[in-house]
Design a protein around this ligand. Structure first.
Ligand code: BGC
Length: 744
C-alpha cells in the first residue's frame, strides 16, 4: 500500500467516523440535560420561539432543521379525541380514529382502587401512543366544589386525599407509555359558568390543603411531564401564567421540571405570559387562517415574543428555560425510541373499561333486596327513560369521543336478561335530541313525535303492566348538564324526571332508578323507590356493565367520591352565597367575576361535619349485595421510628353470603389545634375483597402527612402535639370504630 492509498484510507475512515457520530442531542445514552444543552446551542432564535406555540389546533412544530419531531397533543381525559382539521374544530373525517371510551373520571374515583387508576392510565396511554400523541390532555384534578360544575365528571371528586391517590396512579399508567399527561386545570378552576372571567380568591390554607394536593401528587409524586393552566383568574391574575401559582409554587417550591401549557385560548398578553411562567401557547383564536400571513405567528408567544427578545425586553435565559422544558418533554415522549408502540380498541381496553365501570358504580339504596334481580320475584320489566337509549360517549365538550361502539343500557339488559325476563321499553320523556356535540356526530335520531303527556301516559301504562320498573335517567352531555363551558342551573334532575318518577311510583312501587350523571342530583322521590344506582358515564361498555350489576353477576363496590347534597345550601359555596360570584370591573382585566372561597377548607364533608348537616348520601358511602362487619380498631406506635408514626389495624369480615369488596376508610381527627380544623379528614383507604365468612385485617400507617395542617402564617405544614383520633368506617358518616392516640 503506497502512502497515497494510506492517506486516502485514513481520510475515508475519518469521514465515516464523523458521519457515524451521533450528535449529542440525539444520543439517548447521554444524560437528558446534556442533550438539551446541545440542542439549544444549535437552535436559532426563530426556532426557539417556534417551539413554544402551536402550529395547528393540537400540535407544535418541533425543530425541523435538527430532526426534533413535532409535538402532538390530544384530549383526554377519558378517551383519545377524534382528529380535527389542521386549523379548525371541525372533524377531520378520518375513518381510523375511533377509540375506547373509558368511564368518567368520577367513576374511576368511585372505585377507590388505585389499581384501577393504573389500569385506566396504562390503557388510555396505549391508545394515545397508538395514535401517535405525545401529550394526552388530562387528567382533570380540580376539586368538586359545587355539584353544579359542568366538568365534575372529568374530575376525581371532593377530597384531596382520594383525588391525589387516584390521579397519581393514572399519571404513572399513562406515562409508562412514553406519553405525557397534561394535568389540568391549574388551579382553583371549580366552575364552568363564566370560566374565562371568574377570579378565584382563596386563602393559602384552602389552596394548600384542598385545591393543590392532587396537582402536587400528579406533578411531583407521579412526575407528570406537563400541566395545563386554567382559563380563570386567581387573585386577579390569569391562572395560566400566574406568578404565585406557576412561578412561586409549581416551579419554585415544588421545583417541577415539566411544561406549562396554556388552556386553548387562555393567553391574553405576551409580557404576562412570558413572565408568569407559561411555556407553551395553544388555541389562540385560530379558527381558520384568515388575514395576511399565518395566524400562528400572531400568537402571544410568537412574533411579539421574538421581537421582545431581540430588543432586549425579555432575556434569552428566560426563553431558554422554556425551550429546555419543551425539549425535555419531547425527549421524554416523541424522541424516546424505547417507548412501546401502543394499541387501540384492543379487547384488553374494552375489558378495562368494563372492570373500572363495575368497580365504580355505587349502590345507593336497596330496600327489600330488590337488586340483584331474581326470577322468583320478577317476570316482566318495564325499562323507562331516555338514558337507556342515549349515546353518552359523545358530548360534554373537549372530552367528546368517537367511540368504536357503545352498548346502551337497554341493549345491555336485553342481551343479559332477555332470555329470563320479559322486557318492554318506554322513553317517558324527551330530554336532549342534539345529534352533534363538539362536531362529533351521535348517529342517533332521538326525535319523538309524541307530546309530553303522551310519553308519560305510555310510560305509566308500561309501568303498571310490569312487575318491576328500571328507570334510566339522570343528566347527559348537553349544555347545562354534564358539559364543559356551562354549569347546571339547579340540583334537580332536568326534563321533568322528578315528576315522572313520582308518577311511576304511584302505579308501581317496585322501581329501580339508575342515575347516569357525573355529579350529584337532588332525589326528592328517594323514599318512594326501592333501589338506586349511581351509574356515571361508563363508556363503551355502559350497558353490559349495568346489566351485570343489575343481574348480580357483579357485586357493586363503588363508594361516592363526593357528598350527595340534599339541597344546594348544604354546600359551602352556595350556602355562603359565593357562587356564581360577583361582577366587577378591573382596570387591567376588564369585566371579571370575583369568586370568594370563604368556606375555606370546609369543602364537601368538611362543611357537612362542621355544620352537622344530613346530606342525601355522605362522602364515601356505597352499599353492597353483601354485608361487612367491622371489628375493633387498635393502634400502635410504629417501632424503630424517631417520629410519631402509628399503625391502625382493624379486622373486617364479610358476614353475608356473597363475595364482595369493601372500601375501608381511615379518617383522622385532631382534637385540639391552634387553627380551626375539619372534624375529620380522610387519610387512608383500602379496598378489600372478601369471600363469605372471610376476615381480613386492614392496616393503615399514620405519619406526618396524616396529622399536619398548613399554617398559612408560617407558610409550612405543622403537626401539633396532643390528642388525635383515628376513625375507621364505611363512609364519612358511618364510623365503625375509633381509637385515640397522643402525638408528642
Ligand atoms: C378545555 C381543555 C381542553 C382544550 C383542548 C379547552 O376548552 O378547557 O380541557 O384540553 O380545550 O381541547
Amino acid at each position: 500500500m503506497n502512502l497515497k492509498t494510506i492517506l486516502l484510507l485514513v481520510a475515508v475512515l475519518g469521514a465515516q467516523a464523523a458521519w457515524a457520530e451521533t450528535p449529542v442531542y440525539l444520543d439517548e445514552s447521554r444524560p437528558i440535560e446534556e442533550r438539551i444543552d446541545d440542542a439549544i446551542s444549535r437552535m436559532t432564535l426563530k426556532e426557539k420561539i417556534a417551539l413554544l406555540h402551536a402550529q395547528s389546533k393540537f400540535s407544535a412544530p418541533g425543530v425541523p432543521s435538527l430532526g426534533i419531531p413535532e409535538l402532538w397533543t390530544d384530549d383526554g381525559p377519558m378517551g383519545v379525541r377524534p382528529e380535527v382539521l389542521w386549523d379548525e374544530w371541525d372533524q377531520a373525517g378520518w375513518t381510523n380514529d375511533s377509540c375506547t371510551a373509558f368511564p368518567s373520571l368520577t367513576c374511576l374515583a368511585a372505585t377507590w382502587n388505585p389499581e384501577m387508576a393504573t389500569l385506566y392510565g396504562k390503557s388510555i396511554g396505549e391508545e394515545a401512543r397508538y395514535r401517535n400523541k405525545s401529550v394526552l390532555l388530562g387528567p382533570g384534578v380540580n376539586i368538586y366544589r359545587t355539584p353544579l360544575c359542568g366538568r365534575n365528571f372529568e374530575y376525581f371528586g371532593e377530597d384531596p386525599y382520594l383525588a391525589s391517590a387516584m390521579a397519581a396512579d393514572y399519571v404513572r399508567g399513562v406515562q409508562s407509555n412514553g406519553v405525557a399527561v397534561c394535568v389540568k386545570h391549574f388551579a382553583l378552576n371549580n366552575n364552568e359558568a363564566n370560566r374565562y372571567t371568574t377570579n378565584s380568591i382563596a386563602s393559602d390554607r384552602a389552596l394548600y390543603e384542598i385545591y393543590l394536593p392532587a396537582f402536587k401528587a400528579a406533578a411531583v409524586d407521579a412526575g407528570a411531564w406537563s400541566l395545563m393552566g386554567g382559563y380563570n383568574l386567581v387573585g386577579g391574575q390569569h391562572a395560566t401564567y400566574n406568578q404565585r401559582l406557576v412561578n412561586e409554587i409549581l416551579k419554585g417550591e415544588w421545583n417541577w421540571d415539566g411544561v406549562v401549557i396554556s388552556d386553548w385560548g387562555a393567553v391574553h398578553d405576551t409580557r404576562q405570559a412570558v413572565e408568569g411562567g407559561l411555556d407553551m401557547e395553544f388555541g389562540t383564536g385560530t379558527d381558520g387562517l384568515t388575514g395576511s400571513g399565518s395566524s400562528y405567528d400572531k400568537y402571544w408567544l410568537a412574533n411579539k415574543y421574538y421581537d421582545g427578545v431581540r430588543n432586549g425586553e425579555f432575556s434569552e435565559e428566560q426563553l431558554n428555560d422554556k425551550v429546555r422544558r419543551v425539549l425535555r418533554l419531547t425527549m421524554r415522549t416523541a424522541m424516546n425510541r424505547n417507548r412501546p408502540w401502543g394499541s387501540i380498541n384492543s379487547p384488553e381496553h374494552h375489558q378495562a373499561c368494563r372492570r373500572i365501570g363495575e368497580e365504580g358504580v355505587v349502590l345507593l339504596r336497596n330496600v327489600d333486596q330488590t337488586l340483584p334481580l331474581t326470577k322468583d320475584k320478577v317476570r316482566k320489566i318495564a325499562v323507562i327513560g331516555e338514558n337507556a337509549i342515549k349515546r353518552m360517549t359523545v358530548g360534554g365538550g373537549s372530552s367528546s369521543l368517537k367511540a368504536l361502539y357503545e352498548i346502551y343500557p337497554l341493549e345491555g339488559l336485553q342481551s343479559r336478561l332477555g332470555d329470563d325476563f320479559e322486557l318492554v321499553y318506554e322513553r317517558g320523556y324527551v330530554g336532549d335530541t342534539c345529534t352533534h356535540y363538539n362536531n362529533v356526530w351521535t348517529k342517533q335520531d332521538l326525535t319523538d313525535p309524541r307530546t309530553p303527556q303522551q310519553l308519560t301516559a305510555d310510560a305509566v301504562k308500561a309501568a303498571s303492566d310490569a312487575d318491576l320498573v328500571i328507570f334510566f335517567g339522570g343528566l347527559n352531555k348537553a349544555d347545562h348538564q354534564d358539559a364543559e363551558g356551562t354549569d347546571r342551573l339547579s340540583l334537580d334532575l332536568p326534563y321533568g324526571q322528578n315528576e315522572l318518577i313520582e308518577t311511576l311510583a304511584e302505579v308501581n312501587p317496585n322501581i329501580v332508578v339508575v342515575n347516569i350523571s357525573g355529579t350529584g342530583v337532588a332525589m326528592p322521590w328517594l323514599n318512594k323507590v326501592k333501589a338506586v344506582l349511581q351509574a356515571w358515564y361508563l363508556g363503551n361498555e355502559t350497558g353490559n356493565t349495568l346489566a351485570g350489576i343489575i343481574a348480580g353477576d357483579v357485586n357493586p363496590s363503588g363508594k361516592l367520591p363526593y357528598t350527595y347534597y340534599a339541597t344546594l345550601d348544604q354546600c359551602g359555596a352556595h350556602k355562603l352565597g359565593e357562587y356564581p360570584g360577583t361582577p366587577r370591573h378591573d382596570p387591567v382585566e376588564g369585566d371579571i367575576i370575583d369568586m370568594p372561597y370563604n368556606e375555606d377548607i370546609f369543602v364537601g364533608y368538611r362543611f357537612i361535619d362542621k355544620n352537622k348537616l344530613k346530606p342525601t348520601f355522605p362522602f364515601g358511602y356505597g352499599l353492597s349485595y353483601t354485608t361487612f362487619d367491622y371489628g375493633k380498631a387498635t393502634i400502635d406506635r410504629k417501632k424503630g421510628s424517631a417520629d410519631d408514626v402509628f399503625t391502625v389495624s382493624i379486622p373486617v369480615t364479610n358476614i353475608g353470603d356473597r363475595q364482595g369488596s369493601e372500601v375501608v376508610q381511615l379518617y383522622i381527627s385532631d382534637l385540639k389545634s391552634s387553627l380551626p380544623r375539619p372534624v375529620k379528614e380522610l387519610k387512608g383507604f383500602s379496598k378489600v375483597n372478601l369471600a363469605p365468612g372471610e376476615t381480613q385485617t386492614v392496616t393503615f400507617e399514620i405519619g406526618r402527612d396524616a396529622l399536619s395542617f398548613f399554617d398559612d402564617k408560617a407558610h409550612e405544614w405543622v403537626v401539633e402535639p396532643g390528642k388525635f383520633e383515628a376513625l375507621v368506617g364505611a363512609s364519612s358518616a358511618d364510623i365503625r370504630s375509633r381509637v385515640s392516640f397522643e402525638v408528642q
